[in-house]
Design a protein around this ligand. Structure first.
Ligand SMILES: Cc1cc2c(cc1C)N(C[C@H](O)[C@H](O)[C@H](O)COP(=O)(O)O)c1[nH]c(=O)[nH]c(=O)c1N2
Length: 210
């Protein structure tokens, strides 16, 4: 039986504490096999009915990447317009993607039409397909950090546009666009906390007992 000792659990806890959403990347390339390795680890994640609905699109093409960057700029400008006053001023200072610097771009989709898993667990809750994909992204996030690689989730994008830019099947639902690369710096606090946008709250705020 595989056992994990106290020292391992402490290190694992540190991995959780030091995992960050990274927006500031160094531009030096990742090892050639890094992205494949992260995807391989992500595929060990739990999924409803063992459906493995995650679909990864490694975006290397410069034209497609630029189109994603342009979409981000447009969506981010729209997002800024939804705020007013001091909140808008603060939003304008935030760096909310590392798309232009990150050496790796991975779009992640959920295949809503796949037969894998034979529908188990999805009948009453079809959204468990998307939940499974998010579980895989979380695993990838932690696995990346364990090898010193940063990952940044970008959702300030138009899913329909991303679909067209990457030319993927209609049955795939866009879940996430991930920037991957070496972070400029490490930190144990979220960047949005450092920027005074929001602060991390403790578990007691989110836990009910019945
Ligand atoms: C579903 C989803 C979507 C997004 C994010 C996360 C998740 C889970 N996050 C990252 C988010 O801001 C970050 O996780 C929190 O601020 C907490 O920081 P740490 O991840 O702990 O560093 C994020 N960050 C960002 O700069 N631009 C974005 O578009 C998004 N979108």
């Amino acid at each position: 039986m595989v056992e994990f000792d106290h020292a391992f659990r402490q290190r694992l806890r540190e991995l959780f504490v030091w995992r960050r959403d990274v927006r500031r990347f160094r531009t030096d390339p990742l090892p050639v096999d890094a992205i494949d390795r992260l995807i391989e680890t992500a595929c060990l994640s739990p999924s409803v009915g063992l459906s493995q609905p995650w679909r990864f699109v490694i975006a290397d093409d410069a034209v497609r990447r630029q189109a994603v960057i342009d979409d981000f700029k447009s969506c981010n400008a729209d997002a800024l317009n939804t705020y007013a006053g001091e909140r808008a001023a603060r939003y304008a200072t935030l760096k909310l993607s590392g798309l232009e610097q990150a050496p790796g771009h991975i779009a992640v989709f959920a295949d809503k039409a796949s037969d894998i898993g034979h529908g188990l667990g999805r009948a009453t809750m079809p959204e468990t397909t998307e939940y499974s994909v998010v579980a895989a992204i979380t695993a990838m996030w932690l696995a990346a950090r364990a090898e010193g690689i940063g990952l940044g989730w970008v959702s300030i994008l138009n899913p329909t546009r991303i679909h067209a830019i990457l030319d993927v099947p209609d049955t795939w639902k866009f879940i996430a666009y991930l920037c991957v690369g070496y972070p400029e710096a490490e930190c144990d606090r979220p960047e949005l906390e450092q920027a005074k946008w929001e602060h991390r709250r403790g578990a007691d705020e989110f836990t009910l007992r019945r």
